[in-house]
Ligand binder design. Structure first.
Ligand SMILES: Nc1ncnc2c1ncn2[C@@H]1O[C@H](COP(=O)(O)OP(=O)(O)O)[C@@H](O)[C@H]1O
Ligand SMILES: [Mg+2]
Length: 227
């Protein structure tokens, strides 16, 4: 299978992609990552540490669907870190053409919510995902979930923005998103995770919860198995 990690702009996407890969491996999945962001931070992370769970292939190409996807081992859980959708819509389009599951990282703040739902420029991500249906074998967009990241402990913002996202905004007219109940906390140990080993409990626990939730929702294959 292929999981696409998406975000409209910088939101903690690469952090989530890498720490999700570690958590998938802890849960017994065979994981391979693809770095479709031209900054290649995920590829550098895997290069710089000894404990990264599997290979990271450079794949920052708008021909992702044609040139990268066919050669994947589809019995593994493949995870692709897409760059900022605002800046690289062509790559995101190609990733969405073939992804089985899209995880959209969003921070529960007004600017980031606005950037997801009503960007000043460019196509809202919900529309990009919806229109991918026309290029997909199934004729339907990939299953998409929102992962709230950088959630301040004790703050009302995560619940407030989760409600706005699931309810279609203040007036109910915006696209509705499925928001995961797992929330990634705002933590220094997570802020400094990219490029370093996954050696701190704070880098593990929220992502183990994420894998448990995705498994419960039926979005992941049996560990170690094929699908
Ligand atoms: N859970 C978190 N808590 C605190 N800071 C975070 C968290 N996740 C990411 N960050 C910070 O957010 C910034 C963007 O993270 P990054 O993963 O590079 O985002 P993206 O790939 O979306 O551009 C970085 O400065 C990172 O340290
Ligand atoms: Mg990134």
């Amino acid at each position: 299978m292929l999981i696409a990690s998406l975000k409209p702009r910088t939101m903690g996407g690469t952090t989530n992609t890498g720490l999700l890969a570690y958590a998938l491996a802890r849960a017994g999945h065979r994981v391979t990552c693809y770095d479709a962001d031209e900054s290649l931070q995920l590829a550098a992370w895997a290069r710089d540490v000894d404990d990264f769970p599997g290979a990271v292939h450079e794949a920052d190409t708008p021909a992702f669907a044609e040139a990268v996807y066919p050669d994947m081992d589809h019995s593994r859980v493949n995870v692709v870190d897409a760059g900022h959708a605002e800046n690289h819509p062509d790559i995101v389009d190609s990733v969405l053409e073939v992804a089985d599951l899209a995880i959209v990282t969003v921070s529960p703040t007004r600017p980031d919510y606005d950037r997801l739902t009503r960007p000043e420029r460019g196509t809202p991500l919900a529309k990009v995902i919806r229109r991918s249906a026309s290029l997909r074998e199934s004729g339907r967009p990939p299953v998409t979930v929102v992962l709230l990241n950088r959630c301040q402990a004790g703050s009302k913002s995560p619940s407030k923005f989760a409600d706005l996202l699931t309810g279609g905004g203040e007036d109910g007219t915006l696209p509705r998103w499925d928001v995961l109940t797992t929330r990634i906390p705002r933590r220094e140990a997570i802020a400094s995770a990219v490029g370093f080993p996954c050696d701190k409990p704070e880098r593990r626990a929220p992502y183990d919860t994420l894998v448990t939730e995705l498994t419960r929702m039926g979005h992941l294959p049996e560990p170690g198995g094929s699908r």
